[in-house]
Design a protein around this ligand. Sequence first.
Ligand SMILES: Cc1ncc(COP(=O)(O)O)c(C=O)c1O
Length: 323
Amino acid sequence: MNRAAEAVRRARVRVAEKITDLIGDTPIVRLHTFEKEVPGVELWAKCEFFNPGGSVKDRAAYQMIKDALRDGRLKPGQAIIDSTSGNTGVAYSLIGGALGFPVTLVMPGNVSWARRKITEAFGTKLVFSDPMEGSDGAIRLCRKMVDENPGAYFYPDQYSNTSNPGGHYATTGREIWEQTEGRVTHFVTGIGTSGTVMGTGRRLKEYRRDIEVYAVEPADALHGLEGLKHMESSIVPGIYHPEELNGVIPMETDEAWDVAERLAKHEGLLVGHSSGASLAGGLRIARRLVAEKRTGVIVTLFPDRAERYFEAPVLPPKPTSAK
Ligand SMILES: Cc1ncc(COP(=O)(O)O)c(C=O)c1O
């Protein structure tokens, strides 16, 4: 078999030299039951839980690490450190394991048991910040650790690192364009660091200027949409440029949770609440299109699966010894 034919075969059956080669190229799936509510509008979801680390954050983490290795910001012997209670931590842990770099994560002390266990299983070291200070407290503690020992760490700082949206520009945006055969009219997704919406949106708008790009953010500072950030009450990420977007959709926790529940029961998609938020945002746009008698091809994005948020069973109390 010649080299080109071999490359095609390996891509089709997905033979990889390393687990990191399997990051990206996730499928998109059509959401038929939701489409019934919005006749004339197509609804699709990019299934990012197909990434090897189980979430969209594999893409950003891998791009940040690849770029840092290329230009010498990450050197052998250094550890990768960042503040993340979630999917980015799993992504760093997996990539660090695959490429031979130790990983330290700073996370609020109240993160879920599952998050701790998954990252620790990769050999990652965990440092806990004050739970009352949320994710911003973890960012501050991480910066302090790096300042105190700068040579020991490579600190990707996903909130300000242009490789984060860069990973989505290079992959997610192109994939959506190819998967919809250039028919996509709207892209909608939730914002945490904003890397996904900024990078994907930029690439899509390069393909066709009139593709509309929307971010979904929690409507309130206190919310139940893990992974998403309420910008007004947070440290605003350096990579966030809302002026490039067509709009920001404030999302209530209840509405997003409802959609996530329907996704599991009616589409067989057991996804996290931020996926519910993404589709709830897409549905709002779809309803507007229907009201205006327009059609559209709306692509939403599902960052991860619901299992990631399942809590461990509470241990029964230890029997007290009889005296
Ligand atoms: C579950 C979940 N959804 C959405 C996002 C948002 O992605 P981004 O950071 O690219 O804005 C994240 C990011 O951490 C996440 O963990």
